[in-house]
Design a protein around this ligand. Structure first.
Ligand SMILES: [Zn+2]
Length: 277
């Protein structure tokens, strides 16, 4: 290869890498292992969680929105501390004929709410995860992080009575960076736990009239299970439907593999992962 050709190849690699990372994405992903973003093979560390995982692709690891050319959007609700508002949001979905994605904390998946979560799963709405206790993903050591990522799967399976593979994760505070602003440790562990992306948002606004013009094709809307947010959603969603937006789950918006449930309930064991950490 002549020097000029080699320079051209190098230059093209740089361009495609920056495209893969996404313009305007603030994450400093530059010191990830070279394989991680583009070929997505995660260094041969196939995930152990028995679920159909999002396929590796060339999108940024942190996703904030879907296809800007298609009028599909995803409504999401984090934390789920106040279950009455989870119920209200779910009822609104039924009334308006839409689906949404809930990101409950593992600790909020309680026995007493079993029927609600079963109904949500049955309805076509999605249940993702927001970790176990809302600790910052970027600040945890590997073992603690694995437990925070995978214990919610075990709790959810036990609640539903079948294996419902969690496909989508919303990091608490939207963050996966460590103290030095480096996300690579969290990215490696997230991949090991079966998440090829984390899902953030591009609209977070509890005034419906400010939210309305901010929503674009592919938008991911962040809300929480609380009174103020429910007030907003009940005005905003009908307005967005009038504008022609279709509401889909996050996994549908991002073309993750279809949900494939099974009877094999998942149990988290750190020892399954220890040789690989
Ligand atoms: Zn949260």
């Amino acid at each position: 290869m002549s020097g000029r050709v080699r320079f051209l190849v190098f230059f093209l690699c740089l361009i495609s890498l920056s495209a893969a990372l996404g313009t305007g994405q603030a994450e400093s992903l530059s010191d990830l292992p070279p394989l991680s973003i583009q070929d997505g093979t995660a260094g041969g560390d196939e995930a152990l969680r028995p679920s159909p995982l999002p396929l590796p692709d060339d999108r940024p690891f942190i996703i904030r929105f879907g296809d800007r050319n298609v009028p599909r959007i995803a409504l999401t609700m984090d934390d789920c501390y106040e279950i009455p508002f989870v119920r209200k949001a779910f009822e609104l979905c039924g009334e308006l004929g839409i689906v949404m994605t809930f990101y409950p904390l593992g600790c909020m998946l309680k026995e007493e709410d079993r029927e609600l979560w079963q109904a949500i799963a049955d309805s076509g709405c999605e249940i993702g995860t927001h970790t176990l206790y809302h600790n910052d993903i970027g600040k945890m050591d590997k073992a603690t992080l694995l437990r925070n990522l995978l214990k919610p799967q075990e709790i959810l399976d036990s609640l539903l009575g079948y294996h419902y593979p969690i496909r989508s994760i919303r990091p608490p505070y939207g963050n996966i960076e460590d103290e030095n602003g480096n996300p690579s440790r969290a990215v490696r562990v997230l991949r090991q736990a079966g998440f090829d992306h984390v899902v953030n948002w591009d609209v977070s606004q509890t005034d419906p009239w400010k939210a309305l013009p901010a929503v674009r094709n592919g938008s991911i809307l962040l809300y929480h299970a609380r009174w103020k947010d429910m007030e907003c959603i009940s005005v905003l969603v009908p307005e967005l439907l009038k504008k022609g937006f279709e509401f889909v789950t996050v996994s549908e918006l991002l073309d993750f593999p279809p949900l494939a449930t099974s009877t094999d309930l998942y149990t988290y064991r750190l020892s399954d992962y220890q040789g690989r950490m």
